[in-house]
Design a protein around this ligand. Structure first.
Ligand SMILES: C[S@@+](CC[C@H](N)C(=O)[O-])C[C@H]1O[C@@H](n2cnc3c(N)ncnc32)[C@H](O)[C@@H]1O
Length: 522
């Protein structure tokens, strides 16, 4: 079989995982930010095109039992996998069909959220057009569609590498051999061209990327016959012809010109007669390779001037940590909050209090109105008589900025998790199920968490029946039977009590870590 075989996903299945950027709650909150009224996420219909083995749909369906989910994929093997998971979890609100996107017609009904992740660029033009036709004809009037695709100009450079990998791989019959050989070619080219300036640097970066990527990615991204990137404006021309309009990107922060130096941002805005031009020019500056675009019906009227008030009535969560000294509400100095590469320095006492409350609540979400009231109360002694409305407005602006820069997330539904370790801890049932076969589990924010070996074993034990003491004794039995090993330096020559103390400490740390990673439920 070769990478050009139409059933290639039966031979090298895709690693099917949760994709937080496609979650209906994310799509709904973005629609709300643009002052649309999207369908209620707790009682909606969701269609995923090319859902592989359901890694994205299964946790969504479990966490939103009042909504109905349909997935389709042409690969028999992946559909069978999805169905086995659905049966094992007893999910009644998710159905996965072996069908082609070309088969979808009006008889499938209307969906409030339509998702096509990692499909559009990897199918031929007829199927691409059908994706857009389905995203229009089968989308309910207030619905939101998500389509991701490879883009130019970034893919012009990556295509060069893909062509070379395909040229080399076609000498080999077996998919695994093709993947190994394609990687080997890149490694060779990277070392052979290391003195050739930008070309050598680019090939080295691609070789590194291919070395880190799973086999299924290398096979389907680089060795498949079809991978058709396109410019954003070409995508939007086709989407508009289908009756759809641009809503936004799935990550709002990518739409901000403020990430660029001021002179660049000013020029981008000056040369762009409208939003679509601005988005296209930003791709030129960034050499963009990939987009995750949200679309809605052309009749909708998104309000583009975003204001912090859109957050009222929504929930907010944030995984920020404070940098440096502990938070001091009384000082006029700034406090810096960080999440990944993003950071925000906040000066207003009420805003600092709001971030502190979000940190305490994480991974739970708080209602934005409630958060503002609680923060006002906490910051009250430090407000120097400022009017409550002004303070509230300033705080909302800071929270809105944090959301736009990816430091905080909005929600229409609370993520199903708790933020502490309960008396008899219980892992999220989806994570506990996934932990039986993989270290990659889905958290309550629909994100993938890669668990260390001990946390993985602990998750499997957390069915809500055992106290911490009982959990520690299970670990102790595993240690004594050799199932659980501790590094020698901590336990060598130690008696049972010392081992028990070490295990208790590790267990406590694992439990705290699972709580912080949104993996524990009531
Ligand atoms: C690159 S994978 C992406 C899988 C998944 N959406 C994800 O991002 O993890 C593309 C998927 O689309 C499916 N596919 C390709 N052509 C299709 C078609 N015409 N109709 C339905 N599914 C299709 C493939 O079988 C494969 O599972």
């Amino acid at each position: 079989m070769s990478a050009t075989d139409s059933s290639s996903y039966d031979h090298i299945p895709y690693r099917s995982l949760a994709l937080p950027q496609t979650h209906p709650d994310r799509l709904a909150t973005i629609a709300r930010v643009f002052r649309l009224t999207p369908p209620d996420v707790a009682a909606c219909r969701v269609l995923e095109l090319g859902c592989a083995s359901g890694g994205n749909l299964v946790p969504m369906a479990f966490n939103l039992p009042g909504s109905e989910f349909v997935g389709i994929d042409t690969s028999r093997l992946q559909v069978e996998d999805a169905r086995a998971t659905i049966a094992a979890l007893g999910l009644r609100n998710l159905r996965v069909e072996q069908a082609s996107i070309l088969d979808i017609d009006a008889s499938w009904g209307q969906f409030d959220y339509i998702i096509a992740h990692g499909v559009f660029s990897w199918v031929d033009t007829a199927v691409q057009d059908r994706i857009l036709a389905v995203a229009a004809a089968n989308l309910s009037p207030s619905g939101v569609a998500y389509v991701s695709y490879n883009t130019y100009p970034g893919w012009h450079m990556r295509e060069m590498v893909r062509h070379m990998m395909r040229f080399h791989a076609r000498q080999f019959a077996e998919p695994q051999e093709q993947i190994d050989q394609a990687r080997a070619l890149l490694t060779f080219l990277a070392s052979a061209s290391q003195d050739s300036g930008p070309y050598g640097q680019f090939v080295a970066a691609e070789a590194e990327r291919a070395a880190r990527a799973p086999d299924s990615y290398v096979f389907h991204e680089h060795l498949e016959a079809t991978n058709q990137p396109l410019y954003f404006h070409q995508f939007m021309d086709r989407a508009e012809r289908a009756g759809l309009q641009y809503l936004s990107e799935a990550a709002l922060t990518e739409m901000l010109t403020s990430h660029f130096p001021p002179a660049v941002a000013t020029t981008l805005e000056r040369i762009s007669p409208d939003l679509l031009h601005l988005e296209q020019y930003m791709d030129f500056v960034r050499n963009r390779q990939f987009r995750q675009t949200l679309l809605c019906h052309e009749a909708r009227q998104p309000v583009r001037s975003l204001t912090p008030e859109v957050m009222l009535g929504l929930m907010i969560s944030s995984a920020v940590a404070i940098e440096g000294a502990p938070l001091d509400l009384s000082s006029g100095g700034g406090a810096t909050f960080v999440k990944g590469t993003q950071r925000a320095t906040v000066k207003k006492p009420a805003s600092k209090a709001a971030f502190a409350l979000l940190m305490e609540a994480w991974p739970r979400a708080l209602d934005v109105n409630t958060l503002c009231e609680l923060a006002l109360e906490r910051a009250a002694p430090f407000l120097d008589g400022a009017a409550a409305d002004d303070v509230r407005q300033g705080m909302l602006e800071d929270l809105f900025g944090a959301m736009m820069y990816g430091l905080a997330e909005l929600h229409t539904q609370p993520p199903p998790c708790i933020n502490r370790v309960s008396e008899r801890p219980r892992a999220h049932p989806i994570a506990a199920f996934q932990a039986e076969s993989s270290s990659l589990v889905t958290d309550a924010h629909h994100q993938v968490q890669d668990l260390d070996p001990l946390s993985l074993e602990v998750v499997k034990l957390l069915d809500g029946t055992r106290t911490r003491g009982e959990l520690r004794e299970v670990l102790m039995q595993w240690f004594e039977s050799g199932r659980l090993q501790l590094d020698n330096s901590t336990t060598a020559g130690q008696g049972a009590d010392a081992v028990r103390t070490v295990l208790e400490d590790r267990l406590n740390r694992a439990l705290e870590n699972l709580a912080r990673r949104a993996l524990l439920v009531e």
